[in-house]
Design a protein around this ligand. Sequence first.
Ligand SMILES: [Zn+2]
Length: 723
Amino acid sequence: MPPGPRIVSVLLPQPLPEPFDYELPEGMNAPPGSFVVVPLGPREMIGVVWAERSVPSNRKLKAVAEVIAPAPPMPPAMRTFIERAAKYVCAPAGNLLAMSMRSREALEEPPVELLVIASGETPERMTPAREKVLAEAGAPLSSADLARAAGVSSGVVKALLDAGALMQVERSLDPPFEEPDPERPARDLTEEQKAAADVLKAHVSERAYKAALLDGVTGSGKTEVYFEAIAQALRDDPEAQVLVLLPEIALTQAVTSRFEERFGVVPAEWHSAAGSKARRRVWREVAAGRARIVVGARSALFLPYRNLRLIIVDEEHDASYKQEEGVIYHARDLAVMRAHIESCAIVLASATPSLETLANASSGKYTHLRLSARPGVSRLPEIALADLREQPPETGRWIAPQLAKAIEETLAAKEQALLFLNRRGYAPLVLCRACGERLKAPDTDSWLTEHRYSGMLICHLTGFTMQKPLACPHCGAKGSLTGVSPGVERLAEEVHTRFKGARVEVLSSDTVTSPDSLRELIARMEGGAIDILIGTQIVAKGHNFPALTLVGVVDADAGLRGGDLRAGERTFQLLLQVAGRAGRADKPGRAIIQTYAPESPAISLLAAGDRDAFIEHEMEQRRQVGFPPFGRLGAVILAAGSSEQANEWAAAFGSAAPNAAGVEVWGPAPAPIAVLRGRHRRRFLVRSDRNVDLSAYLSAWKERVKLPPSVRVALDVEPYSFM
Ligand SMILES: [Zn+2]
């Protein structure tokens, strides 16, 4: 019997759960992992060969059109990761493949530029102009640059090329990254830091899955410690690759220079703000195994590493690791999954670890490494509460007397103050004094924020923007619209009037819109050109200012309102991080926290400096209701075009919920933001015991209901947002 046609299944970067089968033409070689071009309907598309089929199909299959030869095949571990991650986050595998193919251009040969250089031959006819050109042509230059350098017309260069005295050379526009050097001198480590670094280095050298929590107070030198683990990975294996995940681009910029100091080269950077050229280069160099250290935001987890030996998740508790749009996933959880699949070491670092991670550390799944001291003489700041019920700020002001006095003392001592208020803009709510109307974004259940610098009203959820109207859109009253409660811009206004002569700047995503402007602002703060810095949560992270001795938290209760699962935990983490900005080097710091709820556990235990007691309290609360880390949580959000349609299908969806032991379903209820961009939203919350495969449960549930195309369902495993 003649052998049948060879068949491969190809996964496409589309919302498709399964690969499609294609025939492999005679003579074409495409082992699993190969990037191939295949027809899909009338189009052609790039996909990845997922498997070879041994059983021939009895259908007539379309043929693979082309194998993309320059692209190294996707490694098996990467394919396994895509499959498992898709199952875990309840998304089609094709969507995760799309996330790992963010640069299609990277699959092609790198583009080159043509340069010219002297060939060593002497032209038959020599002129003064030609002599000048050849004198400049010792190193490769573009024709235009060479002509400019020699001060001649481009015709002279061309004539020398034709005469053979110059020759063309190609240079890649995507040069490889320089090799990091692990043997450069490290900063001196304390005994405690050295002990932690030794454990991590041993983990790396085992070349097996090993997870550690690096749990160190702000300023304790976690970065220096994990740098030693990175150095060990590079030392052990000349082809080792290391991934360092950071929660925000702003932080990536701040950390890059420390990498350069330690390893002599800047690492490859991967984040959403990078241009397509930069992405093409990083993707290709990672796939080729030549980019050794990659520093990036959560999506860097989906790059096709050839030989990943270590993953660092810095600020592992940070909520921005959770992607809420498109494929909903938590980068920390998937990083642990990836480390498992790659059999490599992973380090989760934080000054305020998440409860999930602490639970894994105390059960022994993760090695728990603590850094309790700040190197040198610096101390953690003293934290004092300002009870606003006893000493409220004056009407129309937000800084209470206790904090105002501390700011004055700080200014008198020529030191710096940081005021933290996690609300952008001027006022988070705009109200009509005539009719009481609160201005909302159209089609969305969320208040508009007044931005006075730009004169706009903005919805921070959808990005909707409008000029602030002169008259109330509801009752028509003129000049009646007024901003309620403060954002950072309004706080800056108060600071300007109360602390005359102080140099004040605002740090928020509205005032700092590029990495360069952030760098400049940080340099001004470090250089002492700012007396009072006012900031949103951007200021909570990463930056260390030696002369900053006072941190004032203007509204500590903001995060406690709304009451989602992690409200207390997040408030505690955020305030501890912010307070930790105060006091470095030899100057002690203090933090003053303004609150109406001094007795709430998050705030009272923060003031007492008792992190362990707070964690115990939170753990107990969660244990009682079986919430993470003691159980699993999932969310189902159903969105429809009208309220009636949302109710109708939510009821149908609810009645189709499978019965399963250890699973409870709550809802449907209107989602806290019940209307978003014109879509009416209903929410189910699902709690399960830890031993239940909640992902499989949610996927099976969704399969049971055939919804009309106008109704959409999003599944969220371990939800962070309760909107
Ligand atoms: Zn009105």
